[in-house]
Design a protein around this ligand. Structure first.
Ligand code: GAP
Length: 453
C-alpha cells in the first residue's frame, strides 16, 4: 500500500474509532490533552477481552504463574534502584525556528547537517536529558521528602514484591508473577493515535529462573507470545521478530526480542521479550538491604534468580487488533445494489459484542417478544446487542462495522407461520461470509459459545 493510502487508512480507522465509540481523545470538549485517550463503550469491551484473555492464558491456565496488582504511585527508592531516576530519559532538542520539541533521533540529516524534521530549520539547541517519569507529591508537604512517581512500567512492583509472593505462593523456580496495569511516560512526541501515549497499560510477566535456564526460556516465551497474537487474530505473517543487537540492548540484558507488527504507519514494536538476568533483583537487594535470594533445597544453595520478561502494551495491541480487523468489501444493499461495506473482522474471542439480535419488524409484538427472549437466553454467556430500528440490512451493517461476528434474526418462520417445522428456529448470520443458516433457538447458546471460545 502507498504512503498516502496508508495515512488515509489510518484516518478512516481513527474516524471509525470515534464514530462508533472505541476511542476518544481525552478531555476532547476542552481541546484535548495530547497523548491521552479515553476508551468508549466498545473500546473498553475490546480492551477487557484482550486483558482477560492474556490473564487467562498467562495465569489461569498455568501452574507456574501467579498474579499481582501493585500500586501506581511508587516510592522513589524503587525507581532509583531500578535506574529510572538517573537513566529513564530521552535526549531532547528544541528547534529555535518553529519551536518544536524533538527527540534527538527525530532530527533529519542532510549533507551532514542536522535539521528540524518539521521546518528544515538548522538553529537547534544542544541536546538535554529529559526524564520521562511523571513526578508527584504524597501527603501535604510538596518538597523533596514527599516525591513519588507514577510508575513508568508495572515490572518494578513485581521485583519489589518478589520475596513476599515467593513466600505466600510457595512456588519453586522457574515460576512467574504477572501483572496488568497502567504505566505513565511523559513522551516527548506522542504520536500515531494511541501507539505512543503518555498513559497506557502493560501486560507484563516476570518469569524467574535459574541462571542456566535464561536463554532457553527467552526462546520459549518468544514463541508463546507469538502464538498469543495468532490466537487473537493477528496472523504470523504480519508479526516480525527483531533480535535487538548487542549495542542496543540494555547493558544487563543477555538477549532481547522485539515483537513487531506491520501497522499502516510502519513496522513498530508491540512487545519486548527480554532476558534481564539478575539485574533487577540484585539492584533492589543492594538498595533495600533485604535479601531477595532464593533457597534451592537440592544443592542447598542461595542465589538471586534470573528473569525473562515478556512485556506487552495493551493499547498498542488494541490498535493492532483494530488495524488488522479493518476491511472494506462489497455487499448488496436492500435493493440488491452493491455498496461498500466497512467491517471489523475481529476474532470472535476478542470482539466487543458477540451477537446482534434482531426482530424482523419492530411493530410486531410476537417477533419482538421472541427476540427479547433470545437476548435473555444468550446474555449470561456473552455480550449481546438488541437492535430493532431500521431495515434489517442496515442493522447488519451497523454490527459489521463494530465487528460483531454473529447476528440472529427472528422472522415469521420463527413464529411457525409458514412451516410449523421451523417454529422456534432463527437465522444465524456470519459477519465475514454473510452466509445465513437456520438453527433452533435452544441450540444457540452452545453453537455460539463453541464459536467464540
Ligand atoms: N518492563 C519493560 C518495559 O516496560 P518497554 O519496551 O519500555 O519495556 C513494554 O515497554 C511495552 O509497553 C512496549 O512494547 C509497548 O507495547 C508498551 N509501551 C511502552 N511505551 C509505550 C507508550 N508510550 N505508549 C503505548 N505503549 C507503550
Amino acid at each position: 500500500m502507498s504512503k498516502s493510502s496508508d495515512s488515509q487508512l489510518m484516518e478512516k480507522i481513527v474516524g471509525l474509532c470515534k464514530r462508533r465509540g472505541f476511542i476518544f481523545q481525552s478531555s476532547e470538549i476542552y481541546g484535548g490533552l495530547n497523548g491521552l485517550w479515553d476508551y468508549g463503550p466498545l473500546g473498553v469491551e475490546l480492551k477487557r477481552n484482550l486483558k482477560n484473555y492474556w490473564w487467562h492464558v498467562t495465569v489461569h491456565e498455568r501452574d507456574d504463574v501467579v498474579g499481582m496488582d501493585g500500586s501506581i504511585l511508587t516510592h522513589p527508592a524503587v525507581l532509583k534502584a531500578s535506574g529510572h531516576v538517573e537513566g529513564f530519559s530521552d535526549p531532547m532538542i528544541d528547534c529555535r525556528t518553529c519551536k518544536a520539541h524533538l527527540r534527538a533521533d527525530q532530527l533529519v540529516e542532510k549533507k551532514g547537517i542536522k535539521q528540524c524534521p518539521n521546518c528544515g530549520g538548522k538553529d537547534l539547541t544542544a541536546p538535554r536529558q529529559f526524564n520521562l517519569m511523571f513526578e508527584t507529591h504524597v501527603g501535604a508537604a510538596a518538597d523533596e521528602s514527599s516525591i513519588a512517581y507514577l510508575r513508568p512500567e508495572t515490572a518494578q512492583s513485581i521485583f519489589v514484591q518478589f520475596k513476599n509472593i515467593l513466600e505466600v505462593s510457595r512456588k519453586k523456580l522457574p515460576f512467574g508473577i504477572a501483572q496488568v496495569g497502567k504505566a505513565f511516560r511523559n513522551e516527548i512526541n506522542p504520536r500515531n493515535f494511541t501507539f505512543r501515549s503518555r498513559e497506557f497499560e502493560q501486560m507484563e510477566l516476570e518469569y524467574f529462573c535459574r541462571p542456566e535456564q535464561g536463554m532457553e526460556l527467552l526462546e520459549y516465551w518468544k514463541e508463546e507470545r507469538l502464538r498469543f497474537y495468532e490466537n487473537i487474530g493477528i496472523p504470523r505473517g504480519k508479526l516480525h521478530v527483531l533480535t535487538v543487537p548487542d549495542g542496543e540492548r540494555a547493558f544487563y540484558s543477555k538477549g532481547t526480542y522485539d515483537i513487531e507488527y506491520d501497522f499502516p504507519f510502519g513496522r513498530q514494536e508491540l512487545e519486548g521479550v527480554a532476558y534481564r538476568t539478575d539485574y533487577d533483583l540484585s539492584q533492589h537487594q543492594k538498595a533495600s538491604g533485604k535479601s531477595l535470594e532464593y533457597f534451592d533445597e537440592e544443592p542447598k544453595q542461595r542465589f538471586i534468580p534470573h528473569v525473562v520478561e515478556p512485556s506487552a502494551g495493551v493499547d498498542r495491541t488494541v490498535l493492532a487488533l483494530i488495524c488488522e480487523a479493518y476491511s472494506e468489501d462489497q455487499a448488496p444493499d436492500e435493493k440488491g445494489k452493491m455498496e461498500t461495506r466497512v467491517v471489523l473482522r475481529f476474532h470472535p474471542r476478542i470482539a466487543p459484542v458477540k451477537c446482534g439480535v434482531f426482530p424482523l419488524l419492530k411493530n410486531n409484538s410476537q417477533l419482538v417478544a421472541k427476540a427479547k427472549e433470545i437476548v435473555s437466553l444468550l446474555r449470561p454467556h456473552m455480550t449481546v446487542f438488541y437492535d430493532e430500528s431500521g431495515a434489517i440490512g442496515r442493522r447488519y451493517r451497523r454490527q459489521d462495522e463494530i465487528g460483531t461476528p454473529f447476528g440472529v434474526t427472528v422472522d415469521f418462520e420463527t413464529l411457525g407461520e409458514k412451516d410449523p417445522a421451523l417454529r422456534d428456529t432463527v437465522t444465524l448470520r456470519d459477519r465475514d461470509s454473510m452466509k445465513q443458516e437456520r438453527v433452533a433457538i435452544h441450540n444457540l447458546p452452545s453453537i455460539l459459545i463453541a464459536r467464540i471460545q
